[in-house]
Design a protein around this ligand. Sequence first.
Ligand SMILES: Cc1cc2nc3c(=O)[nH]c(=O)nc-3n(C[C@H](O)[C@H](O)[C@H](O)COP(=O)(O)OP(=O)(O)OC[C@H]3O[C@@H](n4cnc5c(N)ncnc54)[C@H](O)[C@@H]3O)c2cc1C
Ligand SMILES: NC(=O)c1ccc[n+]([C@@H]2O[C@H](COP(=O)([O-])OP(=O)(O)OC[C@H]3O[C@@H](n4cnc5c(N)ncnc54)[C@H](O)[C@@H]3O)[C@@H](O)[C@H]2O)c1
Length: 500
Amino acid sequence: MTIAYDYDLIVIGSGPSGRRAAVQASKFGRSVLVIERQAQVGGVSVHTGTIPSKTLRETILNLTGWRERGIYGHNYCVKKSIDAQDLSTRLIKTIQGEVEVLEHQFARNDIVVVHGVARFLDRHTLSISGEEGTEQRVRGRAIVIAVGSVPHRPAYVPFDDAHIIDSDGMTRLTCLPRSLTVIGGGVIGIEYATIFSALGVRVTIVDQREHVLEFMDHETIEEFVHQLRDRGVNFRLGSTVESIVIEAEQPVAILEGGRRVRADLLLYTGGRQGATDALNLEAAGLTADARGRLTVDPITFQTEIPNIYAAGDVIGFPALASTSMEQGRIAACHACGQPVPPAPKFFPYGIYAVPEISTVGLSEEETRARKIPYETGIARFRETSRGVIMGKTEGFLKLVVALEGHRLLGVHIVGEGATELIHIGQAVLNFAGSVEYFIEATFNYPTFAEAYKIAALDVWNRITPRDPVEGISPAVSPPESAPRRATRRPNGHGARKKTS
Ligand SMILES: Cc1cc2nc3c(=O)[nH]c(=O)nc-3n(C[C@H](O)[C@H](O)[C@H](O)COP(=O)(O)OP(=O)(O)OC[C@H]3O[C@@H](n4cnc5c(N)ncnc54)[C@H](O)[C@@H]3O)c2cc1C
Ligand SMILES: NC(=O)c1ccc[n+]([C@@H]2O[C@H](COP(=O)([O-])OP(=O)(O)OC[C@H]3O[C@@H](n4cnc5c(N)ncnc54)[C@H](O)[C@@H]3O)[C@@H](O)[C@H]2O)c1
């Protein structure tokens, strides 16, 4: 008996993972349906997450004149008084632009889009509930769950979407606060805290952990936090929030030990959870974990039910738009019986804080934990002519390099353009290159990319053996495998032993 399917592939969700899965399957000549519960396509990425937060950042940096302050002083500004309307004008335009691009892309690729909430009836059948109470059934040979995530809203936080909000609320502000408390020093919290601090808002960041962005290279984060403290951002680290109340129209976070943090607005960014509630997963033979996430095969993105795939935020870490897109595409390749492209070993992390941070590969802490003998090299943006021209003297680029073969292990950057600059390091890492690449390559001048060369020379001067005659280095760079002790850094970082 042959089973009739309406579509070769049904994708639930039109965010980065769903979109890439749909387009890839269509390019293989398959019939594709995308089900989206919101009125417009694009997902969290376009409507409440990546694009809105990056647009708000761009608007604030432009209107405040932030990027020019290194040259013209701290009081320089482009627009004296900035209000919520200034922020929303550009936001609406950008989101609309993104939606149009997506709609054209779906139309060009003959992808059918239906708006409604999808739920499983069995492992091949979905019911779609439309806004006006309509219901339709569709059957797919394969299904990709690309439903993404929603902000985690713990019961103890009295969200009112006016004084106490989650990250979705940041895109709907009708007036700007003078002070802001951010609960959660993860990526979302840090991005919004620093963007609003650039606007002149007094910001306090509260996190139960001792460090913000704990997964990042610690020295890089120290540099970042130092810059934030310098411009008045307050940190309450190692502090758990016990309760939140509203007093005189202001939210007050009460911390363990009784300390109180008061502001005009409180943003809660204590993580996200998979948006699987409406899916009726049991009907498909699937279960989600306590945070609504699904488990998949890391190579194919297949769930335990072979014709059902999951990609993007719904499968958890790293929960990035960038990685979600690739996961969706790989899932579609497998579902269409095509070879599955291997995921590159290293992907970058870009944090659009002010200043930007970006990282790829191993941190110093991870390198030590793996007992790899290593050395680091640092360049400060003020050492690059580009940095001086642009008044961007606070940036910092750090390379982590294995002593054996001088292999590049990690790159960590804080400063203007970090999220673009990181891709040079990413390419060298994924091609298993060594620090010599940066030394031998000619870079455009003046550029921030020059920082790679400066940091590479910083490492190389210390890891290449010296000529027995004091101060004269050998002409060639013999690879050395033996761990060595680092000497004092020329940039004032002090002596550090870089062996495991
Ligand atoms: C504030 C913020 C900033 C971010 N910044 C960045 C960044 O700078 N860079 C980066 O790489 N990542 C960033 N991210 C993360 C990024 O947005 C997510 O990783 C990405 O959107 C996940 O894509 P996705 O395809 O899994 O799902 P989503 O984008 O979440 O889309 C899922 C879609 O599925 C739909 N859906 C859900 N359930 C159903 C259902 N039952 N039926 C029909 N449709 C359904 C939803 O309506 C939604 O449109 C940010 C996130 C946030 C919140
Ligand atoms: N630029 C980017 O790539 C980007 C930007 C934004 C979001 N994202 C994605 O979104 C995901 C979610 O980000 P997030 O920042 O919401 O979550 P997160 O899990 O990264 O961080 C949450 C933080 O909140 C703290 N916290 C939780 N409850 C607390 C409490 N009661 N008191 C004090 N501190 C508390 C935690 O210790 C943690 O540090 C990230 O994993 C990331 O992948 C990526």
